[in-house]
Design a protein around this ligand. Structure first.
Ligand SMILES: *[C@@H]1O[C@H](CO)[C@@H](O)[C@H](O)[C@H]1NC(C)=O
Ligand SMILES: *[C@@H]1O[C@H](CO)[C@@H](O)[C@H](O)[C@H]1NC(C)=O
Ligand SMILES: *[C@@H]1O[C@H](CO)[C@@H](O)[C@H](O)[C@H]1NC(C)=O
Length: 276
């Protein structure tokens, strides 16, 4: 009995010491400590950062059995609890236009727009599309479901028009444009780069299953695989892993360009340097 108790005390002491050790990971060969912004979440996808209110938006699974039931929620600055964004039917996609202070929510019935600064209500701008993913580069782009086609939104006087982008003829899962105006698409085969002003698809070797493509505040593009963050080496068009993260689900960048990622249960910010 005594031995068991002693063992137990040693075990408890060791775990306390361990948990006080600096928790972090290497990003671009530099140690970064992890700051857990929220936990006990259920598979937070599609992270997006509102630079005005410093909120992190995400979507998450709500169905127990049904695979395709989602809600949009957000975490306010300094809080760990999430708040649900109501009235977006099957809300899955989020895009924030920090330049024009607009936030877009995409669900199974279309796209809704809100002003970030005014908080004067929500307006439905696109009807009749089931939204799979959205991306902003000057204009809002979206991919519909289940067709997986790319559209661009044009704000016109009569309303917002969705215009099919025929130059992307593939059925795609993700789409992004980086700061050099190169585009990226993913489909079942993998990742392709389309250089600015060309239409050639350059296959990027490495992995072929992606959870997100995100562009940071400087226009650099990052790719999330199942277990890490990657960049493209443009000498040989291969992916290079810059951070090993088990089961990464989403990625975004705050106003200081810090990486914020999600795993199946948490949203985590990475800060360069050791724990204080
Ligand atoms: C909120 O205000 C903006 C700017 O004046 C306007 O464009 C937008 O339509 C308004 N939103 C709603 C829902 O009234
Ligand atoms: C992309 O291509 C267009 C037209 O070919 C050109 O005007 C523009 O400057 C290019 N953008 C960049 C960032 O190189
Ligand atoms: C993905 O797109 C590439 C480039 O257009 C194409 O060659 C490939 O066949 C596509 N894969 C599928 C599964 O459609």
């Amino acid at each position: 009995m005594k031995i068991i108790i002693v063992c137990f005390i040693v075990y408890v002491t060791l775990s306390v010491v361990n948990s006080e050790k600096c928790d972090g990971l290497y990003l671009n060969n530099k140690f970064h400590r992890k700051e857990i912004l929220s936990k006990n979440l259920d598979r937070p996808y599609q992270l997006s950062y509102d630079k005005h209110r410093h909120r992190i938006y995400f979507s998450y699974n709500i169905g127990k059995e049904e695979e395709d039931c989602f809600n949009i929620a957000y975490i306010e600055k300094g809080k760990t609890e999430h708040k649900v964004k109501e009235n977006i039917e099957n809300g899955f996609a989020i895009a924030i236009d920090n330049t024009n202070d607009r936030i877009y929510f995409g669900g199974s019935l279309g796209i809704y727009e809100e002003s970030i600064k005014k908080e004067n209500g929500t307006r439905k701008i696109i009807d009749g599309f089931n939204i799979w993913d959205m991306f902003i580069k000057e204009k809002l782009h979206f991919i519909n479901y289940p067709q997986q086609r790319l559209y661009k939104c044009e704000h016109e006087e009569s309303g917002v028009k969705a215009i099919r982008q025929k130059h992307i003829h593939e059925k795609i899962y993700q789409y992004a444009i980086d700061g050099n105006e190169n585009s990226y698409i993913t489909n079942r085969t993998g990742l392709y780069m389309i250089k600015n002003g060309t239409s050639d698809r350059i296959f990027i070797k490495g992995i072929n299953n992606f959870r997100c493509i995100e562009v940071d505040n400087q226009g650099e593009v990052y790719f999330c695989g199942q277990h890490g963050i990657y960049v493209i080496n443009t000498e040989d068009y291969t992916l290079e892993k810059i951070a090993e993260i088990r089961n990464i689900f989403g990625l975004t960048f705050d106003h200081d360009n810090n990486f914020i990622f999600s795993n199946p249960h948490e949203i985590v910010k990475l800060l360069a340097g050791d724990c204080k």
